[in-house]
Design a protein around this ligand. Structure first.
Ligand SMILES: C[S@@+](CC[C@H](N)C(=O)[O-])C[C@H]1O[C@@H](n2cnc3c(N)ncnc32)[C@H](O)[C@@H]1O
Length: 167
């Protein structure tokens, strides 16, 4: 699952802005919500007006987030084990991921990528937004999901890049 390193507030805000730019009405699926930094930034930027469905592998963190932000649908578990539930009723959603792509083992990586590719094919994903701590992706095929032009988040430490691709 990788380390739970919370996003800084600056990174969380930049993720929320990237997710909502030109798509302020779209529902959001958040993967790897962790401590909820990005979730909260999404919630604040939308004034609580859009539907946000989040999933977090760590049950304690998911439970805490559910209590803290009751307006958000929070599931606990691995995204790749629950794609049907995550995409249910969602059309062209903005998918926002904090999953540490570099830490995924080969089999989880394949399952994660396959679930998202299937979601894109059935029209469940309108935009995919992901951050990394390197301006590169861990496998070539990830470009089809994340795009090819990451943007550095100014003044963030550690340096972080946001990838965004419309689908
Ligand atoms: C970098 S950490 C948390 C980032 C989060 N934005 C924050 O500020 O706390 C990434 C999170 O993704 C979760 N995670 C990793 N792989 C996952 C998966 N396949 N499905 C759901 N959650 C996952 C981890 O448990 C971890 O909490």
């Amino acid at each position: 699952m990788g380390a739970i390193l919370p996003a800084t507030r600056a990174l969380a805000r930049a993720m929320a802005k990237t997710a909502m730019h030109g798509r302020s009405e779209s529902s959001i699926i958040e993967i790897g919500a962790g401590t909820g930094r990005v979730t909260e930034a999404l919630w604040r930027l939308s004034n609580g007006k859009i539907r946000i469905r989040a999933i977090e592998a760590n049950k304690d963190l998911a439970d805490r987030l559910r209590r803290r932000l009751p307006g958000i649908e929070v599931f606990s578990g691995m995204f790749e084990d629950a794609p049907e539930r995550m995409f249910s009723g969602m059309e062209r959603a903005t998918v926002v991921s904090s999953v540490p792509l570099f830490s995924l083992q080969d089999d989880s990586r394949a399952a994660f990528f396959a679930s998202l590719t299937a979601g894109i094919k059935r029209g469940g994903v309108g935009r995919y937004v992901q951050y990394t701590y390197w301006p590169v992706l861990p496998w070539e095929g990830a470009k089809t999901l994340c795009g090819t032009d990451p943007k550095l988040v100014a003044l963030n430490f550690p340096p972080a890049w946001i990838w965004s691709q419309d689908h």
